[in-house]
Design a protein around this ligand. Sequence first.
Ligand code: DX5
Ligand code: ZN
Length: 218
Amino acid sequence: MKIKIAPSILASDFAHMADNVRKLTENGADLVHCDVMDGNFVPPITFGAQMVKQIRPHTPLPLDCHLMVLHPETHLEDFASAGADLISVHAEACGKNLVKTMRTIKSLGVKAAAVVNPETPVSALFDCAEEADMLLVMSVHPGWGGQKFIPETLKKLEELRAFCIKNGREELDIQVDGGVTEENAGEIISAGANVLVAGSTVFRAVDMRATIARLRSA
Ligand code: DX5
Ligand code: ZN
């Protein structure tokens, strides 16, 4: 499967966002991962659709918007019109409405993904695998960059990839988010993920281009 690297702008200097996304574009990133936090679903507040709208003209890369918010359904139109290419919503925030929320995202012409937190089993994603353009497994507790990868995530990735293969969706993108480094990227890819979010690893790199390339070929 094609391995894609999605650097998270959460780890970058917010005062220079246009330059940050330009740098990602020039250095071979595949997606720009935008961590949206509302101070409710997770304690911190980051930014919303306004930021997505303002970075949109500065990169041709797809904007991958990870909504760590309560009531994500109330924000979907804003992110779609701001220029999001993909919107990820948490199973924990959507509850029974996960499939419905993903259908709404797609009706807005945007790709849809569903996410599980570390304490939520991947089986919470099974019902929406048919509509999903991507499934995301959190490998840290959402809310902060720079945390350590939770090793139990590897088993969850294996289980999810096995489910996808069994259900005729072997090509479905599986994303992993949190604590991805050059050291653990290889085992993460072997476990079944093909889209790697990396915030600190990419933005703290001495050579961003080489780091992105090494993550991709790990
Ligand atoms: C955590 C965010 C992640 C985070 C990843 O809530 O969803 O995207 O920024 O950062 P690193 O790669 O530093 O763990
Ligand atoms: Zn994220």
